[in-house]
Every structure is written in C-alpha cells, then in structure tokens.
Design a binder for this molecule. Sequence first.
Ligand code: NAD
Length: 470
Amino acid sequence: MKARDGMYIGGRWCPARGTDTIVVVNPATEQVIGEVPAGTAEDVDDAVRAARAAFPGWAATRPAERSVRIAALRDALAEHKDELAATMTAEMGAPIGFARNVQAGVPIRVAASFAELAATYAFEERTGNSRVFLEPVGVVGAITPWNYPLHMMVAKVAPALAAGCTVVLKPAENTPLTAQLFARCVEEAALPDGVFNLVTGLGPVAGEALATHQDVDLVSFTGSTAVGKRIGAVAGGAVKRVALELGGKSANVILPGADLAAAVKVGVASVMNNSGQTCYAWTRMLVHTDQYDEAVELAGKAAARYVPGDPTDRENRLGPVVSAKQQARVRGYINTGIEEGARVVVGGAETSQPTGYYVEPTVFADVTPGMTIAQEEIFGPVISILRYQDEEDALRIANGTVYGLGGAVWSRDESEAVAFARRMDTGQVDINGGAFNPLAPFGGYKQSGVGRELGTHGLSEYLQTKSLQL
Ligand code: NAD
C-alpha cells in the first residue's frame, strides 16, 4: 500500500486549497521523510460538509452493516500492520518491536472490539411505557496526538462509526503519514463516501477550525491539557458535546509486602516504553520508606538496561523522543529536577547520541511531592521515586496532583490493593501488573479529561438518547 498525497474528503484524495505544507522529520535521523498539506479552515469546511452530507445515510444503516464495515477496517489494518508499524517508527521513533506489538497491534484489537460491539450493542431499550433510542450524535471532529497515533485515531473513529456518526479527523502534525495510511485502510474498508474524512494540518489552524466549526456536533480531543481546556471552553460556549483525553502524572504505589522487584521492573518499563510518551505512564513511583533504598537501586539498574538507540533495530527498546522541541522540553525538566534538589540515580540531561532526539533513561530519587518533576507531565523517559511513611501518606501523595489518568497498586494481598485503588482519584488502576483490556473504559479524573474511550463506555460517548412514551 502506498501512502497517498493529500487529504481524504468525501471519498476522494484531493489537494489542499492552499499551498502550505507540513514537513515530517524522522526523530532518529533528523532527516525529512515526507511532506503533507497544511489544511486550512476552508479544507476543514469542505470535510465537515462531506461528513454532514453522509450523515443521514450512515446513521440509517443497520448496526450489523456498520459492524461489517468496521470489521473490514480491522482487516485492512491487520493486512498493513507492518507498514503502519514502520511508518510510526519513522515518524515518531517508537522501537520497531513496540511499534508492531503495541502501536499497531492494539488498534487492530480495538477495531475488532467495535466491530463486535456495533453488532451486539442495544441501541434500543425499554423502560416502563417508554422506548429509549440511542442515536448517533452527528458529525464528529476528532483531533489526535502523535504519541500513539494509530491507536488514538482508531479509538475515536471506530466507535463513532459503530454509533452511526460521520467523522472528520485532524491528526497531529508530527504523524500525518500514519494518518494517511489509516485513511487508505478506511478506503479499503469501502465505507460510503464522506463517512470518514481526513484533513492534515496545524493545530492552531486546522485543529482550531474543526473544534470551532458550527456544524460539528461533537469534538473528541486527545492531547495536552492546555489545548483541551481551550477546546472544552469553546464547546461549552456552543453547547456542543466534547470528550477530552488529556495529560497525566500517574502514581505507581508499591505497598509494603508487594513483590518489590516485579513492581519496580514493570514500573520502570511503563515509563521507558515509547520513550515516556505515554499519557498514563506511571511516572511517579511511591515506595515505603523501609524499602526506599532497595527500590531506588533496582530502578536504577532496570532503567540503565534501556540503552537509547536506532528504533529500527529490533534489539533496541528505547528510541528517540518525537522532536527536537520535545527533547529540549524533557531535558529542561531534568535540569529543573536537579536544581530543585532531586538526586540523579541514572541518566541526566546530557545525551550520548550525536544524531537524533534522544534522551537518556533517567531515574530521580529523593523527589518530594511539591517538586516540579513530581507535579508536571514531562512526557519523556524520566521517573521520579518518592518516599512515603504509611498508607495515608501514600494516598495523599498519589492524589496530590491536578491529574488523574492512570495508576498502579502492588500488594501481596489483592483485596488490599483493590481497596487502596478505590481511594485513588484516577480513571484506571492496574493491580499487580494487570494486563491492558481493550474493553475497559479509559479516561481521566480531574484535569486528565472528560469522557471515556474504549468498550461500551467509549461507544456511548457518540450516542444521544431519545425516549418515546407510548
Ligand atoms: P497537543 O495538545 O499539542 O496536540 C494534540 C492535537 O491537538 C494535535 O493534533 C494538534 O495539532 C491539535 N491542536 C493543537 N492546538 C490546537 C488548537 N488550538 N485547537 C485545536 N487543535 C489543536 O498535544 P501533543 O503534544 O500532540 O500530545 C501530547 C499530549 O497529549 C500529552 O499531554 C499527553 O498526555 C496527551 N495525551 C493524552 C492521552 C489520553 O488519552 N489522555 C493520550 C495521548 C496523549
């Protein structure tokens, strides 16, 4: 499958109205690997019109037919898995093994789950003398980030399609080639023209135009909290539905008696995978004071095994971060951590690679809850280890940020871990390394977001409710 030039609007590949382009840079080589149109408000308008025109027909299709189309999309993603993985490695630096298994593998599972849900979901309910219909919201504006580019697109587009909505997608500037390949997969799935549309472009131009477009009924946004707040405010002003998946500063709480070696190893992996560019990464490790020194030593050794290097090499587990800007930002946070008195166990702001936007895997000890590196999302391979005195202290620290996206609890006693997790102000918690579940609702408490993705909760975001009293 060849990536196609241009944007995909109304079932056709077309050039942008303007002449501006976005240059795509490989973060490992610093070489330009592609160029895509920088769409404008006019292009967004064309795409929204196409989506609006397609909406009545798509909304009226039987759910079983929508299921067949989403299953075809799943098949296309599976068929082109290698190419999708290689494109993500080239665009954002995910090591190829991780790109295949997670960056490409998870969206295939998610697409399959929505094909199944479209066929089985109860779009009509009865209560008393009422028939309750769950109807598609309308035209969806989907705005996605670069860190899990394909997953974020599928986690919005597949449930929107299952619900009977039509979509305009504005992907992140750093990963538009993945978006073009995704649009090719949608094309192969033979959806009616205009049901899915792609506009590549800059956030403040094409993204802003989509988020503020009067004929978009729901904006589903994943990205930074700063932009999410703005989109939420605009949507509120227009009385428009909005779903926001934002940043995180998740806590990995290791209770006394837990398997410390496993908890530290999995905790470090959670941050080093994808070079720390995972919104729910467990970037704060909370350890009881009696086990603190041992945990710090284990974490330092585990992190040092992630040697930064060429992401196309199957042996490498730590690629570059996505861009020079992101590299500078992460190194800035490392320097702030040092200035504020945290202790570097391994890593630091210097990089050993002459080319590429690499950051050394970095472990900070002696981090206190008020420090910048314990409060703000760094989005790099940097982990902070904090000390707690007792369970109440651990809970205070775990809940002591503006975020509440992910988290982990480790304990010898599962019921103790569950009880602790229930007191955490966060959207999802993995107990003793519980596996990812594509049907589990995903989303944030507090400033980590509004709404949920995945599974039935994710599907219901794209539905509105009508009751008929008989
Ligand atoms: P970002 O907010 O800069 O960009 C995200 C998307 O929004 C991009 O497509 C961008 O072009 C667009 N955008 C930027 N400005 C806009 C504007 N004014 N109007 C409309 N759209 C605009 O974030 P990013 O740097 O691409 O992604 C990293 C952030 O995303 C991190 O904070 C991370 O935690 C968060 N994230 C959250 C989740 C989640 O599920 N909660 C998942 C992945 C990433």
